[in-house]
Design a protein around this ligand. Structure first.
Ligand code: ADP
Length: 316
């Protein structure tokens, strides 16, 4: 049995998923022994396309000098906030920067950069499908969020999520870059191991908050990268929400999640503490409005610039 699915755009990560699910649904319901073939075509195109599949090489990342994973042991510690602001701060320092938002559970780059609703261009080049990143604030952005509605993120699981993530990185025309940051999904599961295995990352930056529970999660993150089968260096730790500073008293620091957790953890694992980012209203507002705090010359903006300097000097 042959089924043809028509897509209105060139293949995007969702198409891979739809082809797989269509096939699974037919196999489940067709009489045993039925041979099932699912083809995909682009609407208005007469001939069926060649077999769908992930035939991704490393050509699109061959011009990238440093690929860095941004990881956290758990969600909600500000990993995406740090990733977006670090990318903007590196660009402010004159580096060529890209960010691939691989957080399947909650892609936040579109919102944090006010690029929601935009659809990256895609085109066919020979056998290959190429996706163009969006550009804003001097950074090239790519996110799984450009291809799926927020409620769809929940369906990204297992091998499908891994494939979509790899496309998000390997099919994108990044061009020449000094840094490609990969905002990884929170946690330390199979998706992470597969991602770290298949993408030639140079190392990882781990984001945490000073709370003990978050720091216990750092241990999981560190162990994941130091695991024998992964074995990637950890470039350093970022302590996010290190202290609270009220907008009206910029010189005051309140250690609401405890003090010194980041430095203790960095020492324990022998990794540099790359930066401490305060919890301030303007960072949250920057995330919500799509104008990252790192664009500003306020103390919070400069904290990200300092972090960017450290990341650059620890990798270049
Ligand atoms: P994660 O990617 O780890 O799940 P997010 O980056 O999405 O976390 O951050 C979670 C929430 O916390 C967001 O609303 C974000 O704006 C806010 N946030 C993160 N870091 C800070 C900070 N340093 N100061 C103020 N708000 C922050």
């Amino acid at each position: 049995m042959t089924v043809t699915l028509g897509f209105s755009k060139h293949r995007d990560p969702l198409a891979e998923y739809l082809i797989g699910s269509a096939k699974a649904a037919i196999i489940r319901n067709a009489p045993e022994g039925t041979v099932v073939e699912v083809k995909s075509i682009i609407k208005n195109e007469a001939a069926p396309k060649k077999k769908p599949g992930l035939d991704l090489g490393f050509e699109e990342i061959s011009g990238v000098r440093h690929i860095i994973g941004i990881a956290s042991g758990k969600g909600g510690v500000g990993k995406s906030t740090v990733s977006v602001n670090l990318a903007v701060a590196l660009a402010r320092l004159g580096y060529k920067v890209g960010l691939a938002d691989a957080d399947v559970y909650g892609p936040s780059v579109p919102k944090m950069t006010a690029t929601e609703g935009l659809m990256p261009d895609a085109f066919q080049e020979g056998e290959k499908e190429v996706i163009m990143p969006l550009e804003k604030y001097g950074v090239k952005w790519m996110s799984i969020g450009y291809f799926a509605k927020p409620e769809q993120a929940l369906i990204w699981r297992g091998p499908m999520a891994c494939n979509a993530l790899k496309q998000m990185i390997l099919q994108v025309r990044w061009g020449e870059l000094d840094f490609l940051l990969i905002d990884m999904p929170p946690g330390t599961g199979d998706i992470h191991i597969s991602l770290v295995h298949d993408i030639p990352m140079e190392g990882a930056v781990i984001v945490s908050t000073p709370q003990d529970v978050a720091l216990a999660d750092v241990e999981k993150g560190v162990n994941m990268f130091r695991n024998e089968s992964v074995n990637k260096p950890i470039i350093g730790l970022v302590e996010n929400m290190a202290w609270f500073t009220p907008a009206e008293h910029p010189d005051e620091k309140y250690y609401i999640f405890g003090q010194g957790g980041g430095i203790r953890m960095a020492e324990k694992y022998g990794i540099p503490l790359l930066g401490q980012i305060p919890i301030v209203q303007s960072i949250r507002e920057g995330g919500d409005s799509g104008e990252p705090a790192a664009l500003s010359s306020r103390p919070d903006g400069l904290a990200f610039v300092g972090l960017a300097e450290k990341v650059a000097s620890n990798t270049l």
